[in-house]
Ligand binder design. Structure first.
Ligand SMILES: Nc1ncnc2c1ncn2[C@@H]1O[C@H](COP(=O)(O)OP(=O)(O)O)[C@@H](O)[C@H]1O
Ligand SMILES: [Mg+2]
Length: 254
């Protein structure tokens, strides 16, 4: 998808900066994310990826810069407002309720989205049970819907975290190292899920991921961060060929 006109820009960050005291973790990042694409942000540890994600979701306020999403300026808005506009990060809360079942967990997330129905008992009357089942089916957890969250395998727990994010009806889903700590089989399942979400649910995804075969296998576009800056970005095949990118990786792994 290298055609510049093929997708509308959904999210556009300009000059994003985030300081922690005297340290500049994100240093003037520009980022354009096209609607319906999988856009990976890669870079060595400490490059600023997680901090950038926190700026995009409103968990952190930018020291400077702008963030336009679907035509609206969101920089500095609180995270619940940003989530309501459609930017949601999976795992941002690690809010899996260990004793609830997978299905109950998604119901609870749906209740928090439909804020007026605070009474959990009403979720069944509002069709939330069916909606939750659909979300679980989307992430491939139908078989374990009635298992307690804490009893799920690591891979299934992370899929449940994606389900909790999906319950918020995101337009843009952020996944910060979703395959971390997973077995190759679990990673493969997560990667397939991400692809399915982009293709079938028309979700736009921003992904941070260490495994380069995965990154270049599923990404439409890639931004490479290093020391808080974007060193390279563009269509995945182009970035893959970029010698600077190779140098950073070879340098950091050496
Ligand atoms: N809350 C914080 N306070 C101080 N420094 C931070 C904080 N969060 C991140 N940093 C620093 O910012 C840099 C970028 O971190 P991070 O965004 O987590 O990078 P990445 O996700 O690419 O590994 C690191 O040097 C990290 O130590
Ligand atoms: Mg990180």
């Amino acid at each position: 998808m290298s055609d510049e006109t093929a997708h509308d820009i959904l999210l556009s960050a300009r000059g994003l900066v985030r300081d922690f005291g005297p340290f500049r973790a994100v240093d003037g990042v520009d980022l354009d994310v096209r609607s319906g694409t999988i856009h990976s942000v890669i870079g060595p540890n400490g490059a600023g990826k997680t901090t950038l994600f926190r700026l995009l979701t409103g968990i952190l306020r930018p020291t400077a810069g702008s963030l336009e999403f679907a035509g609206e300026q969101l920089a500095g808005r609180p995270t619940h407002v940003v989530a309501r506009r459609g930017i949601v990060q999976a795992f941002q809360t690690t809010s899996i309720f260990p004793r609830l079942t997978a299905h109950e967990s998604v119901c609870a997330a749906l209740v928090s989205k439909h804020r007026r129905s605070r009474d959990l008992i009403t979720w069944f009357h509002r069709g939330l049970a069916g909606e939750a089942s659909q979300v679980l089916e989307t992430v491939g957890l139908s078989d374990v819907a009635d298992e307690q969250a804490r009893a799920l395998s690591h891979g299934d727990q992370r899929a449940l975290e994606v389900a909790l994010a999906l319950a918020m009806s995101p337009r843009l889903l952020l996944l910060d190292e979703p395959t971390a700590g997973m077995s190759p089989f679990e990673s493969h399942k997560m990667v397939q899920l991400v692809q399915r979400l982009a293709k079938e649910e028309q979700l736009t995804v921003i992904l941070s991921e260490h495994d380069m075969d995965t990154v270049f296998g599923i990404s439409d576009r890639v931004s490479v961060m290093h020391q808080g800056r974007v060193l390279a970005d563009g269509p995945a095949p182009e970035v893959r060929r970029n010698a600077d990118v190779m140098a950073i990786y070879l340098g950091s792994e050496a």
